[in-house]
Design a protein around this ligand. Structure first.
Ligand code: CP3
Length: 380
């Protein structure tokens, strides 16, 4: 290793690359030192922004995800407004599932609604594997964005098999995931067939985004926290690991014979793995093959990093509701999280879940400035 004039590490003989790969965000994901703690917000592209509401006024959600120019504009809105360290592609976790032939819609105020919920082997077979052509609008949008964003990294994403399966089996959002768990416990073979098919679709969807130039990917397993660790390991982890290992293979070429996630971090784009209420699952979610584990507000980051281990960075974890409190409360919480994040080998500041629509966007802008100011590291 050599050290350059900014005090950052570079491999011997390898020129420093510049661009998004050298950004504060990608550096933190890779557990490398950077100029400040990077910050972005889950659901930063969405209903907290008046310019988003305006542009979406007469366009359905799924429709808007299929128009590259609109996707690019909505993705850029929070970057322009807040100065966040990364953009996240405007899309939805059900976009690839719709492309795979599932009849569904995203209903405002409700979420994804599936016309014929998955119940049988035939239903699983009807979920087709996808190719780039099935989601050419995503490929196009990512390429436009990468050109437009310059040094700002673009995060691609997908839903993990469990969270997608929950929408497909329930037919829509669910508090208990009762039908999903009934299928998982009662028909494990069908469950694994469904998750294996969803893992295939998800991996293909992420690969399209990586090939088009995203700098990192986030796998959202938003509802995995509904499971015990034992059930997560048995019914879910192998499928999420297949998705994440598939991405690592494209870059490191180090496939493990037993098909499990390789323990080394990917040589390619960093992989972030996130869920809500996953305090008991943090270690397992890291083992599934993440470079960065997303943490919600329930687990302090210093505790989280002890559970996850020293080989992975953490992302999080301001309670989105705190943004509705007076600024002095927000400031105290942001400072606490930055302090606790110092225990981790890398920290990407974020919320513990998505931005709530009623959030004042100016508060988000102030949080970005505060994170940058408090965490600034002098170049030596
Ligand atoms: O983070 C970003 O800004 C990128 C865009 C993004 C959206 N959905 C846009 C969206 C991302 C990353 C998602 C992922 C997503 N979608 C998840 C995982 C993240 C999480 O929140 O846990 C899940 C579970 C979904 C499914 C989904 N889609 C829900 C629960 C909802 C909310 C329903 C509602 O209207 O309250 C959606 C719709 C959705 N996805 C909206 C946006 C901006 C709102 C639709 C609108 O503006 O009309």
């Amino acid at each position: 290793m050599t050290t350059d004039t900014t005090g950052t590490a570079a491999r011997d003989g390898e020129p420093r690359r510049g661009g998004p790969a050298d950004s504060a965000f990608v550096r933190a994901c890779r557990r490398e030192p950077g100029p400040h703690t990077p910050v972005w917000f889950m659901r930063q592209a969405g209903r907290s922004l008046p310019e988003y509401r305006e542009i979406r006024a007469n366009v359905g959600m799924l429709d808007s995800c299929r128009r590259p120019e609109l996707v690019a504009e909505i993705t850029l809105q929070p970057v322009r407004r807040h100065g966040v360290d990364a953009a996240i592609l405007f899309s939805d976790i059900v976009v690839p599932v719709a492309a795979a032939g599932v009849d569904l819609d995203i209903v405002a105020g409700t979420g994804p609604v599936v016309a014929e919920p998955v119940r049988t082997r035939e239903d699983v077979e009807r979920i087709r594997p996808i190719t780039r052509d099935d989601v050419s609008y995503v490929d196009e949008a990512v390429r436009m964005l990468v050109a437009e964003l310059g040094d700002t990294p673009l995060i691609g994403f997908a839903g993990a098999p469990f969270t997608l399966a929950s929408y497909l089996v329930e037919g829509g959002p669910s508090r208990t995931h009762a039908k999903t768990k009934a299928l998982m416990y009662g028909q494990p073979e069908l469950w694994h067939a469904l998750c294996a098919r969803l893992a295939e679709v998800t991996a293909a969807f992420l690969k399209v985004q990586v090939d088009a130039g995203v700098s990192a990917v986030q796998l959202f397993d938003s509802w995995a926290g509904a499971l015990s660790e034992a059930d997560y390991r048995r019914y879910v982890l192998p499928h999420s690991a297949a998705v994440l290992a598939g991405l690592a293979d494209d870059f490191s070429g180090s496939r493990r014979g037993d098909g499990r996630a390789e323990p080394e971090r990917s040589q390619g784009v960093p992989r972030i793995h996130f869920g809500v209420g996953t305090g008991e699952l943090l270690g397992a979610m890291g083992e599934a093959g993440a470079d960065v584990v997303g943490v919600d507000w329930r687990t302090p980051l210093d505790q989280a990093t002890r559970r996850i281990g020293p080989d992975r960075a953490v992302q999080g974890n301001l309670d989105p509701c705190v943004l509705l409190a007076p600024w002095s409360v927000v400031e105290t919480e942001v400072r606490r999280i930055l302090e606790q994040g110092r225990a981790a080998p890398g920290h990407v500041f974020n919320l513990g879940h998505g931005v709530l629509p009623e959030t004042d966007p100016d508060v988000l802008t102030r949080v970005v400035a505060l994170v940058h100011e408090v965490s600034a590291r002098p170049a030596d």
